[in-house]
Write a protein that binds this ligand. Structure first.
Ligand code: HEC
Length: 195
């Protein structure tokens, strides 16, 4: 699993090479995102949060334009390792929120129409700054609509509002590790907000 995580992290990093230039720099003192303290993460988020959503929503994507009004699932963004060592912050729509925020570990079956949207922020050692990463999206379809991915559709919006291109299997091959949780990995326990 560790090796798979690493390979996927590399892939995820290259997926976002097209990250766009952005206006204000949000300076970061450390190179290693895992070294960030909670207070530093909160500062980064305060700096970047408006730019983040403005970029995602730039081309009018429906999820990108709506997710900030959804239920947030953690106290702050956090680094889990997967998704390219980025800071991750997940929002659940009204259909998904009740079940998602239970963080149940068995027999989970998310309702049709559930959408999870996860902001991501890259800590760039080169720029010594936090820069927007993609918005990662999972949408639960009707039973049988996507049999190979347990009826989930994986999507992504780049920081400039353009859709990301990838194979469904790229995302699902990792998320399938959480099959008993209907493929959901959930935020790190230390930052989870329960309902
Ligand atoms: C190497 C494993 C891996 C890959 C590949 C991966 N993810 Fe994830 N994903 C995770 C982990 C671990 C989490 C939970 C971490 C967190 O949010 O703190 C997560 C969380 C998510 C969430 C929030 C819902 C949840 O599971 O709790 C979404 C949405 C998501 N990923 C979408 C995607 C999309 C879209 C892709 C493909 C472009 C993808 N993921 C690829 C491991 C992966």
């Amino acid at each position: 699993m560790k090796r798979q995580l690493f390979a996927a992290a590399t892939l995820m990093a290259s997926l976002s090479l097209a990250q766009t230039a952005h206006a204000a720099e949000c300076a970061v003192a450390v190179d290693d995102p895992f070294a960030l303290e909670a207070a530093a993460i909160e500062e980064i988020y305060a700096c970047i949060k408006d730019e983040l959503v403005a970029g995602y929503a730039k081309e009018g994507d429906a999820v990108a334009s709506a997710y900030r009004d959804w239920t947030v699932s953690s106290t702050r963004p956090a680094v889990a390792g997967a998704h390219g060592n980025r800071l991750l912050y997940t929002f659940a729509n009204d259909i998904a929120a009740e079940q998602y925020l239970k963080y149940a570990t068995e027999g989970v079956n998310m309702p049709v129409g559930s959408v999870l949207a996860k902001e991501s922020i890259t800590i760039s050692a080169k720029k010594k700054a936090a820069v927007p990463g993609p918005l990662f999206i999972m949408t639960k379809g009707e039973p049988g609509s996507a049999p190979e991915t347990a009826d989930w559709v994986y999507g992504g919006i780049q920081p400039n509002g353009q859709p990301m291109k990838f194979k469904q299997s790229f995302c699902h091959d990792c998320h399938v590790a959480w099959e008993a949780q209907d493929m959901l990995a959930y935020p790190l326990e230390e930052v989870r907000l329960a309902n």
